[in-house]
Design a protein around this ligand. Sequence first.
Ligand code: SOE
Length: 375
Amino acid sequence: MTLKVGVLGYRFMGKAHANALARLPMFFPDAPDVERHTLIGRDEEALSEAADRLGFAHTSTDWEEVIDEVDAFYNLGPNFVHAEPSIAALEAGVPVLCEKPLAANLSDAERMAEAARSADVPTATAFNYRFIPAIQYAKGLIEDGVLGEIHQFRGRYLQDWLVDPDAPWSWRNDEELAGSGALGDLGAHTIDLARFLVGDVERVSGHLQTFVDERPVEGESTGDGETAADETRPVTVDDAYSAQAELEGDVMATFEASRFANGHKNDHTIEIHGSEGSLKFSLERLNELEVLRGENRGYETVLVTDESDPYVEHWWPPGHVIGWEHTFVHENYEFLSAVESGTEYHPNFADGVAVQKVLDAIERSDESGEWLQVE
Ligand code: SOE
């Protein structure tokens, strides 16, 4: 059977997932057959150019029509578009993969998770970093007790694309459209990894800050290399956040993210300390994991491209490293395999709403100045 996939969104994430779908038959012969069926967007000209480039057979400006024609629906639109199309697809019994964070606010995320429960088909919240071989290796070490009892988790995700006060305003700077800023965009990944590797978040104390309050709207070109950008719009989300947290099992955690961290491009790092050892992971060196076993013996750098890598046989011989885009291939492979076999998939919408509850509690804690329980 060929699974027809309908994809809403054709920019950054559209490209990442289309690339993943194209790689599946080449590298994962055991994956279901997949057709890049319909690409969905609003601007017909841009959509048609993207569909040709990304290998989609059809285009549509109406997601409602597409839902009835496909076997899986990918919602890769901005956060405020996550809820309605995803819920409609689930009500039609179509499995859904939705980009993170699950929604722009907790009530939408809860409605989506409820629709997923009723539909009882596989859903995915696209936390692609779970599918990095080094992260899966780390999980195996923790489950095997190599780190002993876990005491601390530290995660930070730093980028710098908003340091320039003239960096243009986009939906990502607007509370209605995005929900939050660095918190939801980047922090959601870190919080998901904390849940995946260590456990649920029980209580938090958060702090959010916006360093630039308004940004220029990208203007029309004036033809002389300048843009007519005298209009600005307010920034209504955080540029950076930090939070202290307690995870289940009395694990102490800190989370931090910024889109304002000069010099950091896509710097997501995780550190975990246990009674018997520690781990360090950096997304900028994603083929490696630093592991400390026992006290005072120093960290050993494990190159995770050998038999410990669950996907190594699909790619290159050990030592031939993989990159950021491969995380999407692994994610698509696992999700579409679950769609074909009708089995459970994680991280699903229940995982997405669990993260959204933490994002929501961090924001409320910033407003009230108090530690809050995550319900
Ligand atoms: C933001 O810059 C961003 O593209 C996030 O939206 C992605 O989730 C992250 O993986 C990379 O950075």
